[in-house]
Write a protein that binds this ligand. Structure first.
Ligand SMILES: N[C@@H](CCC(=O)N[C@@H](CS)C(=O)NCC(=O)O)C(=O)O
Length: 302
């Protein structure tokens, strides 16, 4: 594979997200829940990894699963260790300089993108799973025998509503911003940008008078929406050109919900670093670090 930074769009000018290749689960015979055995690799820029960081903290699993931070932008060989801003200089266990080396230790023939998040097993030296939607379910319920709390972010009674909402926002918002931002033709851009705002309009209505997306409790859907909204004004609006409307000025219900989660729950506030997010996304398009919008989030009450 050549320069990992540049080849985000395919020849048709569209961005197609690849399917994750490692799809085992905690609880499988090979991967029993165990304290200190598994590690989560993440980049601070990445919303998919952000989901897993929020879950780890919400479930109070910090003492059970360690994390390793990689760069906030993709280098010529993909994610790498930087030695700055929370990322070690090299992989703490194996001394690797890039995440690619970890993938190749696990599977020398792996020839797809070296994505985060990665749930890695130190015992078998394999990747358990690299699909965030599955990792968050494991964090929700797979480690209860070894630690964490009883919080259930995917409760039985709300599952169909949660699944339906997740499916809708995945295509037109979570991934929609990437399809827009990495579009290399006007057609690919037009095909995706309007759908983002149709979905935001729908979510805005849904959040009227509500603190949570589904029912009146915090669920997985809040987390999946949050990671995209938190990056919206500061990166997707500016760098990915998802710039028809801003959350802070034109979506009051979403903004109230978003600020409520951010300011009232450390699992949200402490797992996002707006500077690294902006720096990371700006490098995906080779733009100068954007100055605005400032502040990165409006104060709690205004
Ligand atoms: N389906 C994956 C997607 C993960 C993903 O695409 N992560 C991006 C960062 S936001 C990545 O690691 N990209 C590496 C690359 O494109 O080389 C998930 O949700 O876990």
């Amino acid at each position: 594979m050549t320069d990992q930074r540049l080849n985000q769009a395919s020849e048709d000018g569209k961005f197609h997200r690849q399917s994750a290749q490692f799809r085992s689960s905690i609880g499988d015979d090979k991967y029993p829940a165990e304290k200190g055995r598994y590690i989560l690799y993440y980049s601070p820029v990445c919303p998919w990894a952000g989901r897993t960081l929020i879950f780890r903290k919400l479930k109070e699993l910090e003492g059970v699963i360690d994390t390793v931070q990689v760069s906030e932008y993709i280098g010529t060989d993909g994610w790498f260790f930087t030695g700055t801003d929370g990322s070690p200089e090299s992989d703490p266990r194996y001394g690797f300089r890039t995440l690619k080396e970890l993938y190749h230790m696990v599977d020398p023939n792996y020839n797809l993108r070296f994505t985060v998040p990665v749930l890695f097993d130190t015992k078998t030296k394999t990747i358990v799973n690299n699909e965030s939607s599955e990792i968050i379910r494991m964090l929700n319920s797979g480690f209860s025998s070894v630690g964490g709390n009883d919080l259930d972010l995917y409760p039985e009674l709300l599952r169909s509503e949660i699944d339906e909402f997740n499916e809708l926002i995945y295509h037109t918002l979570n991934n929609g911003v990437y399809k827009t931002g990495f579009a290399e033709t006007q057609e690919a851009y037009d095909e995706n940008v309007y759908k983002i705002f149709e979905t935001l309009d729908y979510v805005e209505e849904k959040l009227k008078g509500k603190d949570y997306v589904i029912g009146d409790i915090l669920t997985e859907s809040d987390v999946r929406l949050f990671v995209t909204i938190a990056r919206f004004d500061v990166a997707y609006f500016t760098i990915f050109r998802c710039n028809l409307r801003m959350i802070r000025y034109e979506y009051p219900n979403i903004d109230r919900w978003y600020r409520g989660l951010y300011y009232n729950n450390p699992a949200f506030k402490e797992t996002i670093d707006f500077d690294l997010v902006k720096r990371g996304y700006s490098k995906t398009r080779f733009l100068p670090v954007p100055a605005g919008p400032i502040p990165a989030i409006l104060p709690k009450s205004q």
